[in-house]
Design a protein around this ligand. Structure first.
Ligand code: AMP
Ligand code: MG
Length: 339
């Protein structure tokens, strides 16, 4: 363990961490979505430290976190639509891709001429950015490929030996990463779904399209809108297979697999169908918000067992369910069995 641990994250702790950021180090901090691993976005060396600590592919760009929506002026070319989005959703779990200004180093955006900007609402995140006095580049604070961290224990496990410091902010409120959008001629395009759902964006007056890569695998040589779409993500050590079909049939199949020693990832209402070991739940069947909050923790929980295959129920993909479905499909490497 080399990271300085701050549990709980007192104001004094946040102040100390802002000094680490200013001096080029990196800090794990809580946000309302998942924990982030942050560094000064204007310092290429500090940014490089993030890629190293995570083992992140060098072509997967980082989101830049700001204290206030109008700070975007300094780092990107904004427009009316950006401010309309900011008015409706910032601070909050929305990342907007804009054309970047020169000041953002190339390794933040991995050579792209655009940058993703977000204004987190979590008070610890906000305070850290404000005290640091710089924009903070931060991906999720997991080792690359693993489920994103939603609890202090997750980040101590993944980043305890690699981060400069860790701030304990308790359990993440939302549990899946921000909604990433880019601006299109007629409206916005979702590149990664999150707590801000297509319906939320439509209700705020934006025409919404969803990129195909959200629910379909992309080929290795395919040009993708968001580099993150290319990589296997969120994966526990065991293989994940999603069973898609009517509840009774899926449960019947799961029971048979459970007898064979497989892991079960189901909704809370289903748990009584199985025993206590090798069974994890992710929220209630008709409550996507509760599923988003629980999914990553449940995937991680299987790593403590010896199961080789996990059978999961398929969530509904409406509203916030699109984010849950997207994360689970990626965790499963798109292995879906229709029943
Ligand atoms: P993470 O940092 O783990 O939350 O992942 C950030 C996600 O945002 C990844 O899927 C990135 O590929 C995506 N992203 C960040 N910057 C850009 C950008 N400029 N254009 C497209 N996607 C981006
Ligand atoms: Mg991530």
């Amino acid at each position: 363990m080399t990271a300085k641990l701050f549990s709980p994250a007192t104001d004094e702790a946040v102040r100390e961490c802002s000094e680490i950021i200013k001096s080029g180090g990196n800090v794990v901090f809580p946000t309302e979505t998942v924990y982030g691993l942050g560094a000064n976005a204007l310092d290429p060396k500090a940014v490089d430290g993030i890629f190293k600590a995570k083992g992140r592919p060098s072509d997967n760009p980082l989101i830049v976190h700001l204290a206030y929506p109008e700070d975007a002026e300094k780092y990107a070319y904004t427009n009316e639509k950006y401010y309309a989005l900011a008015k409706a959703f910032m601070p909050g779990p929305l990342t907007v891709i804009l054309k970047k200004r020169e000041i953002i180093p190339d390794n933040v955006t991995c050579g792209l001429d655009t940058v993703g900007l977000r204004v987190p609402s979590n008070p610890i995140a906000h305070r850290l950015i404000e005290l640091s006095g710089v924009p903070i580049a931060a991906p999720s604070a997991n080792k690359s490929g693993r489920p994103s961290p939603t609890e202090y224990a997750h980040v101590v496990e993944d980043m305890g030996s690699d981060a400069g410091a860790i701030l304990d902010g308790g359990e993440s409120e939302i549990g899946v990463e921000s909604t990433v959008i880019r601006l299109t001629d007629g409206g916005v395009e979702i590149l990664r779904p999150g707590r801000v759902s297509p319906e939320d964006l439509e209700n705020a007056g934006f025409k919404v399209t969803v990129n195909k890569g959200v629910t379909h695998p992309v080929a290795n040589d395919e040009k993708v809108a968001s580099p993150g779409m290319k990589y296997r993500h969120y994966a526990p050590k065991a293989k994940v297979v999603i069973l898609d079909g009517e509840r009774t049939k899926v449960i019947e199949r799961m029971k048979a697999e459970y007898k064979n020693g497989c892991g079960i990832l189901c909704f809370e209402e289903d748990a009584e169908e199985f025993g206590k070991t090798n069974v994890q739940t992710f929220g209630r069947e008709r409550d996507a918000v509760s599923q988003a909050k629980r999914l990553f923790d449940s995937l991680r929980a299987f790593d403590g067992s010896d199961v080789k295959i996990i059978y999961s129920r398929m969530p509904d993909s409406n509203g916030v369910g699109l984010a849950v479905t997207n994360r689970l499909l990626r965790a499963a490497g798109f292995a879906v069995e229709k029943i």
